[in-house]
Design a protein around this ligand. Structure first.
Ligand SMILES: Cc1cc2nc3c(=O)[nH]c(=O)nc-3n(C[C@H](O)[C@H](O)[C@H](O)COP(=O)(O)O)c2cc1C
Length: 366
């Protein structure tokens, strides 16, 4: 916490850390995990544990994946390239944001594990079609469509810090950056000479403009768009931002393969229920017809085990790996994944679960 805070200007720390309005959902995402208790199985043979699982039939080393986080370059200039490499080493999935700081092909080129893509859907169908084609050609296997961002969110920390997203390289930001010279140098110059990463100021501007264009072109998604996407995407289709169970049947009918129970980490609409509370009713409504994932407030391996016990196939983290990236670059993301891996393993051992299939509803209670 101290490391990440020291390296980042306060305004940037707040962009990553903050939530919408009064941050009620942001806090509730955490506290809801804290009101779930384990009922460990005694006398189980847990001398060896196996954390591996599958997502849409694709094997991954553990049930934890990296959520799409836009403009990761504000944390560290290697951004999505570092995240993709670290995800590859941990043998897990990275969902690349449509507001990524690098072209989707560059990210795919360094990845050694499966990638998902969260496309920014344009008002112009031809632009979206071309983007989906690029993603398929680059090898992305799963499209993860964001359905919870009809308008720009109200993040009051950003207002107080006079910071606009997309991030503008303004004199005020640079002035703030003077107190964090390591961050400023990295943001403006990048790791010059680092293979595939030589952002420079021009590159930073480019990333900014790409991001700005994306945000300006964003529009609310409807079931009509989901049908259009289904027609234009041959791979698996996931909707991210599901917060109620009564819409799941229609999603199944629309040909959706998976959903992420997500309130955007409390960053969009405040006062939505915490995702871990929503999960059981969604799992019941889906009844095995789609794979169900969860994000929001996962900070410990034990949170992952709790979510799996309540029916999630796997979980995503957002802020933890963004702060890992900010604090330690690629090695920082490695470290976060290693900590989660160890904690999931530890929790499985102590709850009497040898494999992921052993993590069932009876091991948790309220
Ligand atoms: C800095 C930041 C940027 C994000 N950008 C995106 C984005 O571009 N697309 C998206 O689908 N979700 C985005 N999210 C939300 C994450 O995908 C995820 O839902 C959320 O971070 C999970 O909650 P957690 O941070 O508590 O783990 C972003 C989150 C953060 C922290």
């Amino acid at each position: 916490m101290r490391l990440r805070a020291r390296r980042l200007p306060k305004a940037i720390f707040d962009v990553i850390d903050g939530g919408a309005s009064d941050e009620i959902t942001l806090r509730a995402n955490r506290s809801a995990f804290q009101s779930l208790w384990f009922r460990p199985r005694a006398l189980a043979d847990v001398s060896t544990r196996d954390l591996s699982t599958t997502v849409f039939g694709e094997p991954i080393a553990m049930p934890l994946m990296l959520a799409p986080c836009g403009f990761a370059r504000m944390a560290r200039s290697e951004a999505e390239l570092a995240i993709a490499r670290a995800a590859g080493r941990a043998d897990t999935i990275f969902a690349v944001s449509g507001s990524a700081s690098y072209p989707l092909e560059e990210i795919a080129a360094v990845a050694t594990a499966p990638l998902w893509y969260q496309p920014p859907l344009s008002k112009d169908g031809r632009v979206s079609e071309a983007l989906l084609e690029r993603a398929a050609t680059a090898g992305y296997r799963v499209l993860c469509v964001l359905i919870d961002t009809a308008v720009n969110p109200k993040r009051e920390r950003d207002y107080r810090n006079h910071l606009s997203i997309p991030l503008e390289v303004s004199p005020r930001l640079l002035l703030t950056g003077l107190t964090n010279p390591m961050w400023t140098k990295d943001f403006l110059v990048g790791k010059v000479g680092h293979r595939g990463v030589a952002p420079g100021l021009g590159r930073a501007r480019m990333a900014y403009w790409n991001f700005a264009r994306t945000v300006q072109n964003m529009r609310p998604i409807t079931f009509k768009d989901v049908a259009w996407i289904r027609d234009h995407w041959k791979g698996k289709l996931v909707l991210k931002g599901v917060t109620r169970s009564d819409e799941c049947g229609q999603m199944v009918d629309a040909g959706v393969d998976g959903i992420v129970v997500s309130n955007h980490g409390g960053r969009n609409l405040d006062c939505i229920r915490p995702t871990i509370e929503i999960l059981p009713e969604v799992v019941e409504a889906v009844a095995g017809r789609m794979e169900v994932f969860l994000d929001g407030g996962i900070r410990r391996g034990s949170d992952v085990v709790k979510a799996l016990a309540l029916g999630a196939r796997a979980c995503f983290i957002g802020r933890p790996y963004m702060f890992g990236l900010a604090a330690g670059g690629e090695a920082g993301v490695d470290r976060i994944l290693e900590i989660f891996r160890n904690e999931i393993d530890h929790t499985m051992a102590l709850t009497g679960c040898r494999t992921i299939a052993d993590i069932t509803a009876d091991i948790v209670t309220t």
